[in-house]
Write a new protein. Sequence first.
Length: 221
Amino acid sequence: MALVDADELLVDGRFQRGTDGCVRVVAPDELERSRLTFTRDLCVAVAGRPAFLGCFGLHEWAMVYGQAEERRHSAWPLRLGAEGTDAVVRALPVRCTHYDAFRFFTPGARPLNKLAPTLEARVENEQPGCVHVTMDLFKWAMKAQPWVSAELAADAFELAHVARLVDMRASPYDFSAIGLKPITIETSEGRGEYEQEQRRLAGLAEPLRARLIAELERALS
């Protein structure tokens, strides 16, 4: 693809002017190739795994466990209060596979998790049933700019918004003031609803992930 009247892009080393006067994306350098390769490998690994649907969105609950009065989003009330929130974390299996969620767990919640996800082990741990992995498609599409299409990034943003609403509804916070009906994971009905939402999001993410892999492969070829 070539652009005319796009001189403003030339301040970015990822673009250059061709002999025809048009501005084009340059091939990724060694550092960018490494980043794009990691993203491709992560997406391929996630795409090759079955979705795990038994986490029930407890990551948000584990982020306030034992420290409800000092929680990050203190402007929003907890639906079940501090004691009720902690009781849910103790009663249900905590099985978070996503490093960027796990790293915000409170010190008391970390030992309760079945795994100890690390930054280095993302390719081994991440899986398509994870709501955060679905939201991450937007992050990876943006980090891969300009070697993947803006259309793909826009589609990933729309899906991330849908996934984030599910994430908020299943959290311990009361967002009824902004019209979000809670997914009550403390009940069997709520856990069933959360699993249904996980399946729906994983299904929506699958073709997007395939597109991202294909565009990354083209950029690396």
